[in-house]
Design a protein around this ligand. Structure first.
Ligand SMILES: [Zn+2]
Length: 426
């Protein structure tokens, strides 16, 4: 610790919660869960019915046991629930002051958590961000939670934020150079594209710029790309993990060996088939509850597969770690950091009822490539049809189509997959 203070000046921890004992963490989280259960019963008839049916009192000592008996809610299920009971599926607190409402693909609507919640700040502190840093935030600020929520986390650790969002790589390069940006947050593939853009215009990312660290989310960081960032460009890289529905869930520390579970997240690893806990260290679905008084979403099933690392971490944080994301259950896939779910594709299909299509996600270099294979009788008649399809697709799915491949009638036979994910993560 003394050495750490001498070289880095500030504590590597966001607060003392990160080093509390297992018992202290249990006590703290059980109390927060019980408070959420009680508030949920008071403000949401749906939650009240669910908890009353269990005939258990939401006390600190029974909170985890009650949690275990509540249903797991997937993104798809939440979308359905919100369609039936807009906007928040009956899980919102009607008396809470909500400072903003996000949407994410589905669509699913989410009230933003309280401003006092340290969303993403633990991740940025662990990555070494702080006062004096000027950080390019290349997450989208438009409608989705990402931009503003990551922005809040950076502000909370004292960094200055450049809200560059989804601006072009040329503009990002210009901002990095002119504003002497010291850090980047966004997806790894977009940073790679920015570096390539700089090279194209004759600039040397390492020599001409000051970007010394980067925190990534929404996309896996492949080991080869990480090594390239670190060795070739001198960028210290970190991974963060979360979901719009529940905020930040886990983050990497300087050991870069697993992701510490956030103090605000109650994480379970469940067998997706049985719904039971898997033994510690085995792969299961990451299911998250974030105690709060605004949105009573208990047991959100992320659809991500991971496992727990239970050995203590040399960094001194006492939370368990997630060993990355091993894959997805179900069909929804992430393309360039955004989920594309079958429900969205069905939505697009409704607008073009005579056409059949599927999407194929591949990888070219370090980028996701989205191909649409389409059987479109009558498409030859007018290019407008195809253009309006592309436009509508981008609107509904929030990702652009890279290629359209026309296939002969009869290629997509009954029961064909809407989404084919051809990416292979090492
Ligand atoms: Zn650690």
């Amino acid at each position: 610790m003394g050495e750490e203070m001498a070289t880095k000046k500030r504590s590597p921890y966001f607060d003392e919660k990160e080093t509390r004992t297992v018992e202290e963490r249990w006590e703290g989280q059980a109390g927060e869960l019980a408070a959420m259960l009680r508030m949920g019963m008071k403000k949401s008839p749906l939650i009240r019915r669910q908890i009353e049916a269990l005939e258990m009192k939401p006390l600190k000592r029974s909170a985890f046991e009650i949690l275990k008996r509540l249903p797991v809610t997937s993104r798809e299920k939440l979308v359905q629930m919100e369609i039936e009971d807009a906007p928040f599926a009956g899980l919102g607190n009607p008396d809470a002051y909500i400072d903003r409402i996000f949407t994410s693909p589905g669509p699913v609507y989410e009230p933003h958590l309280s401003e006092s919640d340290p969303l993403w700040a633990r991740a940025y502190r662990a990555a070494g961000f702080g006062p004096g840093d000027v950080v390019l935030n290349a997450f989208s600020y438009h409608l989705v939670a990402a931009g503003l929520t990551f922005h809040g986390g950076l502000r909370r650790v004292g960094a200055t934020v450049v809200p560059s969002g989804a601006s072009s790589t040329a503009i990002q390069v210009q901002l990095i150079r002119d504003l002497k940006v010291t850090g980047y947050t966004g997806t790894p593939s977009f940073l790679k594209a920015i570096i390539e853009k700089a090279a194209e215009t004759g600039q040397d990312f390492k020599k001409d710029f000051n970007v010394g660290r980067a925190s990534f989310a929404a996309e896996p960081l492949q080991p080869a790309l990480r090594e390239e960032f670190e060795k070739q460009y001198g960028i210290d890289t970190y991974q963060m993990y979360g979901a719009t529905e529940v905020g930040d869930v886990a983050y990497e520390c300087r050991e870069k060996n697993g992701w510490h579970i956030c103090e605000e997240a109650v994480v379970e690893i469940l067998d997706p088939e049985t719904g039971n806990d898997v033994p510690p260290g085995e792969i299961g679905e990451v299911v998250v509850t974030r105690p709060n008084g605004i949105f009573f979403l208990f047991r959100f099933g992320t659809g991500d597969l991971s496992r727990l690392i239970v050995q203590p971490c040399p960094c001194g944080r006492t939370s368990l770690r997630l060993a990355g994301v091993a894959g997805r259950i179900g069909e929804a896939v992430k393309v360039r950091g955004m989920f594309v779910a079958p429900s969205q594709l069905r939505n697009v299909g409704e607008r073009f009822p005579r056409w059949k299509f599927q999407i194929v996600i591949g990888r070219a270099g370090n980028k996701d490539v989205l191909t649409v294979r389409i059987e479109a009788p009558g498409m030859e008649r007018g290019k407008e049809d195809l253009a309006s399809f592309e436009k509508y697709f981008a609107e509904i799915c929030t990702v652009r189509i890279d290629r359209i491949e026309k296939v002969p009638a009869g290629t997509l036979i009954e029961g064909y997959k809407l989404i084919v994910d051809e990416r292979r993560w090492p």
